[in-house]
Design a protein around this ligand. Structure first.
Ligand SMILES: [Zn+2]
Ligand SMILES: [Zn+2]
Ligand SMILES: [Zn+2]
Ligand SMILES: [Zn+2]
Length: 346
C-alpha cells in the first residue's frame, strides 16, 4: 500500500483546506491532532520532525527561522509580526510559548532548523512526486513532466495549454504557424494592449515612488470569524501604524460568491481600513506585494482612495493572485504580505 509521504502538518492542512471548516484554524486543535497521529503510531519520522520544527505560532515549516532564548521556534513572518504587534500596543514582545522577552538582539536565527526543514519531503503540486523541499521549486519550474505549459505559438493566437509531456506533440500539429499574416494580426493586437497595460503599471509605480510620503508595513492576515459571516472566509491583520494613523487590512476569500467553500476556484480580496478618526481627508494610493516573508507570486495592482472621517474603509479590491497561489496561501494558514502606502500631499 502506498502511504502518503506528506508531513502530518501538510496532510492536516490539505484536509482542512478542502472542508468547510476552513476558518477554524486554531493551533491547539491542530496540536491535538498531531499528538493523536503520533500516539496511533502511524506517523513517519518526517511527520514527527514537522511537528518539532514548525513555527510555534502558525505551525508552518519555517524557511527562515528564529528562536527565543529558551529555544522555541518562530518563522520570520510570525517573529516580525509579534515584534510589530508589541510595538503598536507599547508592550514588550514575548515568546508565545514561554513568555520570555523576544527582540532582534535576544533572538537568533536557527540555521540547523532551516536546513533540516529544506530536507523534509514535500509533494509536487503537479505530479505528486515526493521531493526534498529545497528541490521543489526547480522541479516544478524545470523538470516536472506534468507542469502546465502553453504552446510556443501562443503569441500568434494559440490558446492551447497542457502538461509539459504533451507540448511537443501539440506543437507538431498546431495550426497556428500556417496562418496568414492577416490572421495573426489580431492576436498581436491583443498582446499590444496587454503590454501597454503593463507598461502603464510600471510607469504608475515609478510615479508613485516619487511621492513625498511613502511607507510600507509587512503584515500578517489571520483567520477571523463573525457570526454573520460564518460561511465566508475572513482574515484580518492586527492594527498597524502608517502616516501617524492606525490601520487594519481585512481580506476575504471569494467575496463574490455565496458559499466560497463550495468552489475550487479561489480569489482573495482585501480592504484597507483606517481605525483612527481622521480630522482631515487623506488621499492614499496603496499596493500589495508579496514581501520578504510572503513566498507567493502576486501581480501588482495599484488602488487609490480618499479616506475621510465618514469614509474610513475602501471597498474590497482584488489581491491579484491566481487560484493555485490562493489555495497555497490558504494552506499556509497565515498570509504574509507587504502593503506599500503612498500619500498624496497637496
Ligand atoms: Zn509562523
Ligand atoms: Zn520561548
Ligand atoms: Zn512534478
Ligand atoms: Zn498551438
Amino acid at each position: 500500500m502506498e502511504e502518503s509521504c506528506n508531513s502530518t502538518v501538510q496532510v492536516l492542512r490539505e484536509s482542512s483546506a478542502d472542508k468547510e471548516n476552513l476558518s477554524s484554524f486554531e493551533p491547539p486543535t491542530k496540536k491535538i491532532k498531531l499528538t493523536d497521529a503520533f500516539s496511533e503510531g502511524k506517523s513517519k519520522l518526517e511527520d514527527r520532525l514537522s511537528g518539532i520544527l514548525c513555527c510555534a505560532v502558525c505551525l508552518d515549516l519555517p524557511n527562515c527561522c528564529y528562536q527565543c532564548s529558551n529555544g522555541h521556534l518562530m518563522c520570520a513572518g510570525c517573529f516580525n509580526h509579534l515584534l510589530a504587534d508589541a510595538r503598536i500596543k507599547d508592550e514588550t514582545a514575548t515568546c508565545p510559548n514561554c513568555r520570555t522577552e523576544i527582540n532582534r538582539t535576544i533572538c537568533i536565527r536557527n540555521l540547523a532548523v532551516e536546513k533540516a526543514v529544506s530536507e523534509l519531503p514535500s509533494d509536487c503540486a503537479f505530479c505528486n512526486q515526493n521531493l526534498p523541499r529545497y528541490q521543489l521549486d526547480y522541479h516544478q519550474k524545470e523538470q516536472c513532466q506534468e507542469r502546465p505549459c502553453s504552446c510556443r505559438y501562443a503569441r500568434i493566437g494559440c490558446h492551447w495549454e497542457g502538461p509539459f509531456h504533451e507540448v511537443a506533440e501539440h506543437e507538431r500539429n498546431c495550426i497556428h504557424p500556417r496562418k496568414t499574416g492577416e490572421e495573426v494580426m489580431s492576436s498581436l493586437e491583443v498582446i499590444d494592449v496587454q503590454k501597454q497595460e503593463e507598461q502603464k503599471l510600471y510607469s504608475d509605480i515609478f510615479a508613485l515612488l516619487s511621492f513625498e510620503k511613502i511607507t510600507f508595513n509587512d503584515l500578517q492576515l489571520k483567520p477571523f470569524r463573525t457570526d454573520d459571516f460564518i460561511t465566508r472566509l475572513y482574515y484580518e491583520t492586527t492594527r498597524f501604524t502608517a502616516f501617524s494613523q492606525q490601520w487594519v487590512v481585512r481580506a476575504n476569500i471569494n467575496s463574490d460568491l455565496k458559499n466560497p467553500t463550495h468552489t475550487v476556484n479561489r480569489s482573495l480580496s482585501y480592504q484597507l481600513v483606517v481605525k483612527t478618526k481622521l480630522t482631515a481627508p487623506m488621499n492614499m494610493y496603496f499596493l500589495a506585494l508579496s514581501g520578504p516573508f510572503g513566498g507567493i507570486k502576486m501581480k501588482s495592482k495599484i488602488y487609490s482612495f480618499e479616506f475621510t472621517a465618514e469614509n474610513a474603509e475602501t471597498g474590497y479590491v482584488d489581491l491579484p493572485i491566481d487560484s493555485v497561489e490562493c489555495n497555497k496561501l490558504l494552506a499556509s494558514k497565515t498570509i504574509n504580505f507587504r502593503l506599500v502606502m503612498f500619500q498624496v500631499t497637496k
